[in-house]
Design a protein around this ligand. Sequence first.
Ligand code: PMV
Length: 322
Amino acid sequence: MRATATAHPNIALVKYWGKRDGGRNLPAVGSLSITLDGMRTRTAVEFDPALQSDEVTLNGRSDGGTAARVTACLDLLRDRAGRATRARVTSANDFPTGAGLASSASGFAALAVAADRSLGLGLSLADLAEVARIGSGSAPRSLFGGFALLRNEPDGGVRCEPWLAAADWPLRVVVAITATGPKATSSRDGMAASRDSSPLYREWVRSHDADLAAGMAAVRQRDFAALAAVAERSCLKMHAVMFTTEPALIYWEPATVDCLQEIRKLRQRGTPVFFTIDAGPQVKAICEPAAVATVSATLAAVPGVSRVIECGLGSGARIADD
Ligand code: PMV
């Protein structure tokens, strides 16, 4: 009744922002991501008949805010197992939590894998994706390594699948940390506000399929320039929606903008690199392996950048060896 799993965060190259109506945490748009190897979440799940409710500890502290989402995921698995037993969930990240580094994606992917094993269910990846998505819309992507695709199906369902193996295009990512505090507005609240108030939201959703198709083709063809163009476009469109939400969602710090400008300058001088930014102030620079030292040194020298983390492409969530 106990198991531990690890998972890496993922970052979207073609972004997801916004949910469909009707609950179940269904995304309004698909997304294409890479799973990173330089950061890790480790989650232990123990079902214990003595517990009255699920207990969640995140980074050594009891976490009531996350507990409701954890319970929603575990309830799906308990239903499948025909059990009502509550669980003790202990999770830790080796990177800043809730700061736009996709800790919820790695956290809920690891939770689904560990809880499935502790209940002895042996669910398919498609079923685990459903469980992880209830916790965080981007979490199903962390079940897979390399490049992962999450897309809406014509029948109203969602499908998450591997799109290209890490070894087939081993890009590198330099994450520039510009602030480590938790974000002021959660993605979930921000997405609801964007849908209700941004004048750009409808166009974001309408034009998204074309961006996703362009991203999928660029990855399959390993066309760096084409991927750079669609990834930066998708990122900036998503932030345009955020900026025009009421109240405005401005996740950026001054150093975020400075990093972005440095990346554009590097590319103009011939370095194969592009940026993406999520619901937080950190900048992720994706580059060819030969460029990683230049990109790292450039971003580390930007005032306001406290640290850079270099990552390769990682594997999907899995049961921990020990
Ligand atoms: O997983 P969520 O529901 O917290 O959404 C995260 C959304 C972004 O990180 C901003 C974009 C993405 O596609 O990962």
